[in-house]
Design a protein around this ligand. Structure first.
Ligand code: FES
Ligand code: FES
Length: 174
C-alpha cells in the first residue's frame, strides 16, 4: 500500500466564480496560496495570515470565510467566490462596488476585496442592517487608509440600493 504524506500533492477541484477549476495542492496548502499561485486569482489578498485582518475573505458555498484559515483541500467539490466574480462585466459593478466608488471607500485597496466579499454575504442575509450590525462585521477587517467613515456610508447606501431604494448620492464617475 502506497504511503501518502502531507507533502504529497493531490488534485483539488471546485467551482470558482461559477467555473470549474482544478489544481494540485498538498494537505497543508492554504486556500489563499492555491487561489493566487496555482490558479492566478490574485484578487484575494493576504495580510496577516492569522485570521485577523480579513484581507483574504472569500465566500465558500456563499458564506464569508478566511482564506488564510482554510486549506485548499477543504474546498474540494464546493463553490468558492472571490472578488473577481462579483461584477460580471467591467461596466456592471454590483451595488456594493458602486457605493464604494461613490463614497471613496477605498484608497490603497488592499483591504477592499475582503470587505466586499464579507458584505456581499452579510447583506444577502441581512437586507436592513443597523449601524451596530454593520460595525460588527466591519470589525472583522483592518483598513489602514480610510478611517472607516466612507466605508460605513458605502455599506449603508449599498444596503438601501439592494432593498430597491434610490441611492442618496449620484454616481461620482461613470
Ligand atoms: S490574511 Fe487572512 S485574515 Fe489576514
Ligand atoms: S484602503 Fe488601504 S487598507 Fe483599506
Amino acid at each position: 500500500m502506497r504511503r501518502v504524506t502531507s507533502d504529497e500533492p493531490v488534485t483539488v477541484s471546485f467551482e470558482l466564480n461559477g467555473r470549474p477549476v482544478r489544481g494540485r495542492a498538498t494537505a497543508r496548502t492554504l486556500l489563499t496560496d492555491f487561489l493566487r499561485k496555482e490558479l492566478g486569482a490574485t484578487g484575494t489578498h493576504v495580510g496577516c495570515e492569522h485570521g485577523v485582518c480579513g484581507a483574504c475573505t472569500v465566500r465558500i458555498d456563499g458564506v464569508a470565510e478566511r482564506g488564510c484559515l482554510t486549506l485548499a483541500v477543504q474546498v474540494d467539490g464546493r463553490r468558492v467566490d472571490t472578488v473577481e466574480g462579483l461584477a460580471d462585466r467591467r461596466d456592471a459593478l454590483t451595488a456594493l462596488q458602486r457605493a464604494f466608488r461613490r463614497h471613496h471607500a477605498l484608497q490603497c485597496g488592499y483591504c477592499t476585496p475582503g470587505i466586499l466579499m464579507s458584505f456581499a454575504d452579510f447583506l444577502s442575509r441581512t437586507p436592513d442592517p443597523d449601524d451596530a450590525a454593520l460595525r460588527e462585521v466591519l470589525g472583522g477587517h483592518i483598513c489602514r487608509c480610510t478611517g472607516y467613515a466612507g466605508l460605513m456610508k458605502a455599506l449603508k447606501e449599498a444596503a438601501a440600493e439592494m432593498r430597491g431604494e434610490v441611492p442618496e448620492t449620484p454616481e461620482a464617475t461613470r
